[in-house]
Ligand binder design. Structure first.
Ligand code: ZN
Length: 129
């Protein structure tokens, strides 16, 4: 076992490894695998396979600079927004969609009925928050 781990470490030297982006993709694949039980057809199974191929491609990639840039993009635009949306933000903000264009909007909670102007289509409507 020790020998195997040593050889694995040798193999992974100079390669990107499993970063945040890989972990996020694996999580997405697990969601797809579970959803695949309820969704007919092969689309989710195929997507899962593509995700796993991409995860291993990234983990074994020697182009570390490029993979690191992708990981930073993932953390900035996906992981952090998702995390703040899931945990902290929800206590203080109410999220809702603009009835005009479907844009996701947010407003501080507990202010009663407020007038909202959509940031995308400038539709004005009233919303209880
Ligand atoms: Zn709108």
């Amino acid at each position: 076992m020790g020998n195997f781990r040593y050889r694995l470490a040798q193999f992974m030297m100079g390669r990107n490894g499993f970063d945040n982006f890989c972990q996020g993709l694996i999580l997405l694949a697990v969601v797809f695998i579970l959803a695949d039980l309820f969704v007919p057809g092969r689309i989710l199974g195929t997507l899962t396979l593509i995700i796993f191929i991409y995860v291993y491609f990234r983990a074994f990639s020697r182009n570390i600079a490029r993979r690191r840039a992708e990981n930073e993009w993932y953390v900035t635009y996906i992981a952090l927004p998702l995390r703040s949306f899931a945990a902290r933000d929800r206590k203080h903000y109410r999220y809702f969609k603009c009835p005009g264009c479907g844009q996701l909007l947010r407003a501080p909670k507990g202010r009663g009925k407020i007038r909202v102007t959509c940031s995308r289509c400038h539709n004005v409507f009233e919303k209880k928050v």
